[in-house]
Design a binder for this molecule. Structure first.
Ligand code: PLP
Length: 416
């Protein structure tokens, strides 16, 4: 974009053929870290990558085997656009168990992961001028998806002490343009989980002001210390004003399979289905077979993944405590979001310093919105041994940074 007479217009030299809508989309800042890591690795430099937002496990073999059989049987053609009925039935059963809400298979769309699901839901529900309130920090793509619909993303800063949602602040953000609230619990990047009380209060407000909820529940089953992540759709009269987005990416280590789903009341899902059909026709057929296997088999594989995440989380939080980096213990997902405010540098500078000095990659908190400034996101998904050596390297680099800061503070004081 360039400015002409104070107005932002397309740069005619650079972007002659590109629509304004797409030009305004920003690439994910996480991809920026990913590219830097790839560049270092290509130079033979070993980097420990804590910026990863995927499970560091293989997809369970039962799922892979059944999918291979589906390919051999010739399941290589289109399915109905909302997905194979057997899969939608299995999703209905799973939602009933995990979220306590009863859907019909015609209230489900099988999507290309949470990404496509959230995108089509947002484009279907929001119009230019509408406002949607989103807890800040927030997942990197939310704002871009909302702005693409022409709507306004209204950030709601989470409480610093525990990253919980402040109901009074939420209430203050609601006005006549507010149409929706976006929830993401367990939360990326902080690992916080919305409490029952919080959800009850949000439900009350959404009914009082007639607001719709988009609930991103991609990490719902990954929680710790007996914490339960509830779905807002399970609260009285909330199913009819909620669309749930969920995915196989995290729970079954199927992020590369690109498969997920939306659940919403029939009249809403029918509208979303039109856009979904225009964009993708249908989800990948043999990946849908894998997803059926994932849901219908014993769920021991999920328990195993969560048990291993629990072990890695323990290691991470013990180290962070030793490093004396302030953090809120994550109750869900596989990220921790420590504060680096004491160093008086930006989260981007801090992340760059860790990459240079310790060869450890983390995501700067500002990638997740203004409220993320002063924090870094560390994923505890990598293998145990890698977490251990990455944290040792981080600890050394942070000790060095603390010393530099002490000297700097001393020098600036003596100058005065
Ligand atoms: N929502 C959140 C909060 C996420 O963290 C992610 C991925 O990291 C997604 C949605 C999209 O995931 P996928 O498209 O792989 O299902």
């Amino acid at each position: 974009m360039i400015k002409v007479n104070g107005r932002e217009v397309l740069d005619p030299m650079k972007n002659k053929w590109v629509s304004q809508k797409v030009e305004k989309l920003k690439p994910s800042p996480i991809r920026k870290v990913f590219n830097k890591v790839a560049q270092l690795k290509s130079q033979g430099i070993e980097v420990i990558d804590f910026s990863i937002g995927r499970p560091f496990f293989d997809t369970p073999s039962t799922i892979k085997e059944e999918t291979k059989r589906a390919l051999d049987k010739g399941m290589v053609h289109y399915t109905g656009s909302t997905g194979i009925l057997e899969l939608r039935n299995a999703i209905v059963q799973r939602i009933l168990i995990d979220k306590g809400v009863k859907y019909n298979p015609d209230e489900i769309i099988v999507t290309i992961g949470g990404t496509e699901g959230m995108f089509v839901a947002i484009q279907t529900l929001l119009s230019p001028g509408d406002e949607i309130i989103v807890p800040d920090p927030m997942y990197v793509y939310y704002k871009g998806w909302i702005n693409y619909a022409g709507a306004e993303c209204i950030p709601l800063p989470l409480k610093e002490e525990d990253f919980s949602l402040d109901i009074e602040e939420l209430n203050k953000k609601i006005n006549s343009s507010t149409k929706m609230i976006l929830l993401n619990s367990p939360h990326n990047p902080t690992g916080s989980v919305l409490s029952r009380q919080n959800l009850e209060e949000i439900a009350k407000l959404s009914k009082k002001y007639d607001l719709f909820i988009l609930s991103d529940e991609i990490y719902q089953r990954i929680t710790y210390d007996n914490c339960e992540a509830l779905s807002i759709a399970s609260f009285p009269q909330m199913k009819e004003r909620t669309v749930i987005s969920d995915s196989f990416s995290k729970t079954y280590a199927m992020d590369g399979w690109r498969i997920g789903y939306l659940a919403a009341p029939r009249e809403i899902i029918n509208q979303i289905a039109k856009l979904h059909q225009h964009i993708i026709s249908c989800s990948n057929t043999f990946a849908q077979i894998g997803a059926i296997t994932a849901l219908n088999q014993s769920q021991q594989c999920v328990e195993d993944i969560i048990a291993e995440f629990t072990r890695r989380r323990e290691l991470m939080i013990n180290y962070l405590r030793e490093m004396k980096l302030p953090f809120v213990t994550p109750k869900g997902a596989f990220y921790v979001f420590p504060s680096i405010k004491e160093f008086s540098i930006s989260s981007e500078e801090f992340a760059n310093y860790l990459l240079e000095e310790a060869r450890v990659a983390v995501v700067p908190g500002n990638a997740f919105g203004n409220s993320g400034e002063g924090y870094i996101r560390i994923s505890f998904s990598p293998p145990y041994k890698e977490i251990e050596s990455g944290l040792q390297r981080m600890e050394k680099a942070i000790r060095k940074l603390k010393k530099i800061k002490l000297i700097y503070d001393y020098l600036s004081k003596t100058k005065v």
